[in-house]
Design a protein around this ligand. Structure first.
Ligand code: ZN
Ligand code: FE
Length: 239
């Protein structure tokens, strides 16, 4: 593996990630829910922070940034179309743009729906999805509409099946319980629910998860059109 990724639990149920390019030593943070876990991880590894990639404007993904910037000097990357709502950006990006962390290249994907102008970052083997795609779930559709969110998830679904999905929250157990309730005869969902219960009981994050497993067990990725997606999303909202 050319890189190392640290999963950093933050706040009540957020995740931030440190992506470290082994060849060059360059390091990027994906989302900034909280400063202390990020600064502690950087210090423990002796890494300096070169870049912060922001997925969307919600407070639980950006509010740690001022305290991180008090001790580090990364370039801040976020969606050009959302610059007015994001912290000050050094690099404003749009769908199809590439970000470089040392020798690692990440492609920007517009995954609007949870918020409009929410972006994901797809590296070789790893995609950082923020609050778009979750393990066994997806973000609530706050700003966009159901068609938009469905199309956004479809962009993630076509990444290589061995891609690891690094999402922004530990919502997996609740997502799995919903899926198991809706599809009680689905063996793959039942097996995954059991795995997730075991991991959470041991305090282990359920992220990242393999995209192929999401394609098989995530109800929102299994939906075959926007209408079906909307029905599942509404059922989950009311679960
Ligand atoms: Zn959010
Ligand atoms: Fe969030």
């Amino acid at each position: 593996m050319r890189y190392e990724i640290l999963t950093l639990p933050c706040l009540a149920d957020n995740y931030a990630y440190l992506l470290h390019d082994k060849a060059t030593g360059s390091t990027a943070l994906i989302d900034a829910p909280e400063a202390a876990p990020v600064l502690a991880a950087l210090k423990a590894r002796g890494w300096s922070l070169d870049m912060v990639l922001l997925t969307h404007h919600h407070w639980d993904h950006v509010d740690g940034l001022p305290d991180i910037l008090a001790e580090t000097s990364p370039r801040i990357v976020g969606a050009a179309k959302d610059a007015a709502r994001l912290p000050a950006l050094d690099l404003a990006v749009s769908e199809g743009d590439e970000v470089e962390i040392g020798g690692l290249k990440g492609r920007v994907i517009d995954v609007s729906g949870h918020t409009v102008n929410h972006i994901a970052f797809a590296f070789e083997g790893a995609v950082f999805t923020g609050d778009s795609l979750f393990a066994m779930g997806c973000g609530r559709v706050f700003e966009g509409d159901m068609e938009m969110m469905y199309q956004s998830l479809q962009k993630l679904a076509v990444l290589p099946a061995d891609t690891m999905v690094y999402s922004g929250h530990e919502y997996t157990l609740a997502n799995a319980k919903f899926a198991a309730a809706q599809w009680p005869d689905d063996a793959a969902i039942a097996a995954r629910l059991a795995d997730i219960k075991r991991l959470r009981a041991a305090g282990i994050p359920t992220v990242p998860s393999l995209l192929s497993l999401e394609l098989a067990t995530n109800p929102f990725l299994r939906a075959t059109d926007a209408k079906e997606f909307a029905e599942i999303r509404l059922a989950k909202d009311n679960f």
